[in-house]
Design a binder for this molecule. Structure first.
Ligand code: DQA
Length: 145
């Protein structure tokens, strides 16, 4: 059974109350419950971890090696400047898809750059919380070239 580590970075613990016009009304815990349920439906398992601290996210990436088949990560604002997260992703042999709930390309200029995406298989943005589900589905496809 495939196991996913779903990582969420700074301020994503405030989902539901944080700028709901942009991020929706689903809270962080409800998101995790939904993702665990969707993973189970697809015959997989998902663990969720959120931190507002860069080092804790780096530790979680390191800890994923040998334990998870893939990482699905929304690095929050760290996306735009954390070379430490980029290096952590490059340091472990666990594939990652980067997810953003909002369409970062329709927002401020600084959100158009991801320094972490180059270490990822791909990036999903603008699909709301469905982006996390889409990332799991991608990893569960037997053959995606
Ligand atoms: C975000 C987009 C980032 O620019 C922002 O800093 C976030 C959330 C998203 O999910 O759309 O915290 O990653």
């Amino acid at each position: 059974m495939k196991k996913f580590l779903i990582l969420n970075g700074p301020n994503l613990n405030l989902l539901g109350s944080r700028e709901p016009g942009i991020y929706g009304s689903t809270g962080y815990e409800a998101l995790c419950e939904m993702l665990r349920a969707r993973a189970a439906e697809m015959g997989a398992a998902a663990d969720c971890f959120q931190s507002n601290h860069e080092g804790a996210l780096i530790d979680a990436i390191h800890g994923a090696a040998g334990k998870y088949d893939a990482i699905i990560m929304n690095p929050g604002a760290f996306t735009h400047y954390s070379y430490a997260l980029l290096d952590a992703l490059k340091a472990v042999d666990v594939p990652c898809i980067e997810v953003h709930i909002s369409n970062v390309h329709r927002r401020e200029e600084f959100r158009h750059t991801s320094v972490t995406a180059p270490a990822c298989v791909g990036q999903i943005c603008g699909l709301g919380t469905y982006g996390y589900v889409a990332a799991m589905a991608y990893f569960l496809e037997a053959d995606h070239g």
